[in-house]
Ligand binder design. Sequence first.
Ligand code: WTA
Length: 658
Amino acid sequence: MPHDVPGDDAAPTAPQTFPPPADLSQNANARATLYDEAARDRLAFWKSRTALLSWDTPPTQTLDFSDAPVARWFADGRLNACHNAVDRHIDSGHGDQVALLAEYEDGSDAQYTYAQVRDEVSRMANVLTDLGVATGDRVAIYLPMIPEAVFAMLACARIGAPHSVVFGGFSADALRSRIEDAGAKAVITADGQFRRGKALGLKAAVDEALASGADSVEHVLVVRRTGADVAWTAGRDVWWHEAREGASTEHEPVMVDAEHPLFILYTSGTTGKPKGIVHTTGGYLVQAAYTHRNVFDLKPATDVYWCTADVGWITGHSYVVYGPMVNRATQVIYEGTPHTPHQGRWWEIIQKYGVTIFYSSPTAIRTAMKWGEEIPARFDLTSLRLLGSVGESINPEAWHWYRRVIGGDRCPIVDTWWQTETGAIMISPLPGVTATKPGSAQVPLPGISAEVLSDAGEPVADGEAGYLVLTEPWPSMLRGIWGDEQRFRDTYWSRFEGRYFAGDGARKDEDGDIWLLGRVDDVMNVSGHRLSTTEIESALVGHEWVAEAAVVGASDETTGQAVVAFVILREGAAADVEAAGGEAAASEALRQHVGREIGPIAKPKKVLIVTELPKTRSGKIMRRLLRDVAENREVGDTQTLADSSVMDLIQKGLAPKS
Ligand code: WTA
């Protein structure tokens, strides 16, 4: 849990609020009347939001929840997501508007108008079809943040082939298990990617993934980015730049039912196996477009929008690709890291393009705070008019810094709560309408019904904390977990009968505003990315030296939480550990091992070698106590431990060495 988010035991002092600027209130897309309209008739409200899209067959139906918890929205409508994100803007005379302002890490750039995006996407759709990818086939996408990643997603959408984007920072193993779970027929990747000035391989990881399984894959389409040499499997691998040459820019988007799956996106759950979250077309796009338009107040003719998320995460799906493009945004996409080649890189990009709307994460803001405000002060940020935050609670200190240093005390901040599963923003202030409150995501958007429940399932009183649930279905809700309906029911719908349990703790303040308190399950939130304790534990015990492992998310100033692992070594491993250079070297080797197994983002900050782990009599590891150790706190109640001397042992063992 971020440090100064008030917990249920810490009554916050009355927070300051910031009323919306008057000019924004006058011109904002969002109106307070949206709340009234949705309160009068929630389903009619959503039905009229379908007008934000262009339909081949407009829907007459709204919600069918007869097969709950699987919902169907606008089910008799037909449409194509790529047509909505691209072609319709050309049809309405905006083909020359810039869609993508692509900034590469080395400072070079490229621009694509909507007409050019249509040409690229059409070519890629034709290439995929020629490679045998048909409507309904799954395609894995493993690419850096370059325009081709957007083209690849839209090309899949154009032919009705659900995409499964795998973040480029995941390992070959993680990629293979995702390809296998989805049974992907093709993979779209690049030779490599630039990170921190270095060219790193991507194609090599695909080769490794396919060498040891993932038999469903017939073709690999490879974008040339770094120019590095890559191994080539003739007949299977195809260069995008070569296939593109001969590919036509003519392509008819395939119209699909509103409930046709648009994508699968894997996210960490409480067990070791990631969940393939399934989103469909109509409802997802309606809510992505509606939230993007109202929460970010996008004015397509004048705004320059930038969401810093990678397309490997849901934020990149809903607020880089689908929401903004359906709303005809002109947007920046940036390939690199915030500090390459210097720590002012993001602010330089805002200045270069005159970015007006900026959507990022608390961890990025805290990092910028750490680097010092003299860095953003070197750049002209006066084009900004609206700031957003997502991924975890933004602690009030970071909120105030964000508003003052980046937003020049003039830009409202929208703190947006949502999840991979919700598909789109659920809880957030509305710019021009809501007086914002530092640290609180505040209220459900019009059309969304959220509640904070006690253990017993009763709504808590204002001022109290409990579990965040969504009480009514919403258009962009997940339709299930790919291939595992039971897990879908168990994970989200069993804790509170008939209601969706998000896995987050929350508190309602005296005004009824919602404050998110962090995950209440075994999911960690590191730099806004979800990681499962179990998944990292399995990676650790997969190493030959490790007998047992327990992983906790410890509070961290910058990343929100940090992964701290406690491991017990196998008896027979002593000689190997000695040979590797002792315990410190072994810890480092285990960190690297997790990086290889799952990906660099999952690497523990610390791996502590211990002789015992604290367990209850039934054998359950008490992570709470380990968190105390990891956070250098006095260890809490040890009464339920099978052996209460264990904590002394752990601390004694760690003290002299660390
Ligand atoms: C957390 C990211 C507090 C939360 C869009 C949620 C937040 C998880 C916020 C989903 C926020 C996201 N305030 N917590 N504004 N936004 N979270 O699936 O714990 O990567 O359950 O989706 O991030 O993470 P996911």
